[in-house]
Design a binder for this molecule. Sequence first.
Ligand SMILES: [Zn+2]
Length: 249
Amino acid sequence: MKAELEQLVALQNVDTGIRRLQSDLESIPRRRAEIESEFDQRAFEFKALQQAGETARETRAALDKELAEQRVRLEKAERDLMASNNSKVYEAAIRERDAAKKHIGELETKVLEQMEAAETAEKQLAEREPEFARLRAEHEERLRAFEEQTRSWSAEIEERRRERERRFAELPPGIKATYQRIVGRIRDGVALAEARNGACSACRMTLRPQLMAEIRRGDDIITCDNCNRILYYQPASQQTPQGTTVSAT
Ligand SMILES: [Zn+2]
């Protein structure tokens, strides 16, 4: 029985590792979103400058179109003026010509403003480019490291699952069933608890000295009266490198 308890402890350590890896793998979308949102925040000024430049160029393109229309209007007014043969047509053409000229003047001023705005944005972008390049490189590096970690988690969980299968197959059928039954029933899936300092380390229930002695002997499978976990005793010198099975969850 002692050997079987040891097998169970090893199995439980593997199961705990699998659960931890599973929760790491499940956290991937959230962690990736965090990385992206942090980058968005840090790159905000860069994006604002890009946006400002783009807006200025778009506004300018619209102004240029309007300017071309007003120039056509001006040419027409000038032709009408040349062709006018009475004062009424003449005055109307003068008014139309002046209005077009005024509008053209206003549009030209606006075009200049937009050109300046685009230039300013481009200049600032160029000045800060090394800073932004560093930011982008850092971000790419973080993503790359994250992908690498994800791959290593996936590989590790596969390996642990194979180990789990192998260890589980080695158990006597009766023990397998007991273990699976307890795993299925217990919320955190941890079926074994160390009996330590006269208590169950999972639920803290005190264990009678006589029961402690039986657990220490390890001849039978003894479960905790309170939490139903299989109790085992581990001499201090033989603690598993993974630490205790309960605190590892
Ligand atoms: Zn207990």
